[in-house]
Write a protein that binds this ligand. Sequence first.
Ligand code: AHR
Length: 631
Amino acid sequence: VLQVNTKKAVAPIQSTMYGLFFEDINYAADGGLYGELVKNRSFEFPQPLMGWQTFGHVTVENDGPFERCPHYVTLAYPGHRERRSGLVNEGYFGIGVLKGEDYRFSVWAKAPNGEARIKVQLIDEGTLEERQDFATAHIDINSNGWKRYEVKIHSPKTDNKARLRIFLEGQQPVSLEHISLFPVNTFRNRTNGMRRDLGQALADIHPGVFRFPGGCIVEGEELANRYQWKNTIGPVENRPLNRNRWEFTFEHRYYPDYFQSGGLGFFEYFQLSEDIGAEPLPVLNVGMACQYQNWNDANAHQPVDQLDPYIQDALDLIEFANGDTTTTWGRQRAEMGHPEPFNLKFIGIGNEQWDSMYYERLKPFVTAIRKHYPNIKIVGSSGPYPEGGEFDRGWAEMRRQKADLVDEHYYRDEQWFLHNGLRYETYDRRGPKVFAGEYACHGKGKKWNHYETSLYEAAFMTDLERNADIVHMATYAPLFAHIEGWQWRPDMIWYDNTRMFKTTSYYVQQMYATHKGTHALRLTMNGKPVAGQDGQDGLFASAVADKAKHTIIVKVINTSNQPQPVSIRLQDRKSANDVHTLTLCHTEMDEENTLDNPDLICPVAGKLAAKAVKGSVIIDDIIPAKSFRLY
Ligand code: AHR
């Protein structure tokens, strides 16, 4: 019996609950969410022609029009009219195009002799067809100075692994820089926008908060390749390339061509947060490189007395987000097309760092931010430890420094998730609030996205909900992974170049986020506090009221192998209308959604009769084995 006290709210549910964590890992930005289809569009990779194949007479030069991206190519007549000069871009594991969609090709070009012509084509691998090209456009270059040219290309077919081919027509040379190909239909039709299907999947969660840009990429494995937000704003043509910290991982996966173009930069992150209705939560470097690579190496980090530029970056970021158009950084935001402030409320300083090296660096950030922006809430870190030792010391220090929230991370196995059903009941209510910033069940040591792990995540999340007074934010493991280029599992959404699928963990997050209610309610199970270690007979539950919609929502997770009867009693409720249910249920624990079978395991809507008895509404049900049901 689940008894829900519908009159007495335990605590309001924060609007930031059930958010998203975006990290540029697993080709999540370039090659993923970011709509750009051309790899190494500015020829700035360490070998300028990485990602490109050339033919005929092609040279690389480096005195181009964009100071921070100076490389470009020149195509010249190859000496015979039956030959061609040109280049082919391989994209990210190919270029994905969809039948019937338009693509915007753009290029900066100059013709030293005042005029030249190029042909632009989408080509396939051409193994069976007579022709490789399936879409073609021409551009006349009409100036000997650098100018931007643009043409639309219509794709008559879907191709997951197309290529972009450009070649010189005629005998007049041409120089080309920042060669770009974007779907016209991006998410919310933004130029320099996001892949539509992936952006929509984010919006469909109705996330409360959006944490970006990482993760370990905030730190870099050395400070030189830490994430520097100022390099990611302004014209995309002049955003310098950064080496991605995830080019090589401890899982021994190696992607020598993993770089960050910065095309999806801080302006775009803020805009995306707005587009999906989430509070932005940027995380900045605290003056430390990733501690995993630099354990006990004080020299890898910025000396404490030389943190000023890092602290200034944090203050400037707040001005960039919130300053009016008379301020230096507010003006830059306005020039990029967003004169209104982004209304930033939270800032994270440091990712997953701990020990005295972190604490002494965090302190001057806190002082400076409090002084200039007392209303901004500061998110500190407790490191990657989920309990005891360093973790407790981290929390104690965050209390001392009066951080507003503490970012906890836990990637743990099945048993941990089942045993932590009462994790937050014992947390000290007087200090900072909890931000569960990265968590996921690493099932069977294999760390993949099978159904069983998401069920245990759902069970654990009842505790986040019941402890709404202290848990103010929660974001799952990294969002995205390209099926051909990943370093980290589990993730929420997987894709190739034309398709995507939502994992069952995505659906768990969505079920919580779209039914989060406004107030947590007290409930008991068989007269005792609900949950406990391993739940009660494998049952976990939580309940919320949505005061705006005048509804009560109860979440029950049955982690046991048997169907179980449940009787939900909503006290002080009279109306016994039919109850809507939403159920995530599957019998094969190791199965998962895939690109070929994306809807194998999805929530299913249903209805149940309820009855009114002596001032309560009673819902009797049998909850299937290994299932998550919302009432
Ligand atoms: O999510 C992948 C990594 O896990 C993040 O970069 C880091 O914060 C955590 O260790």
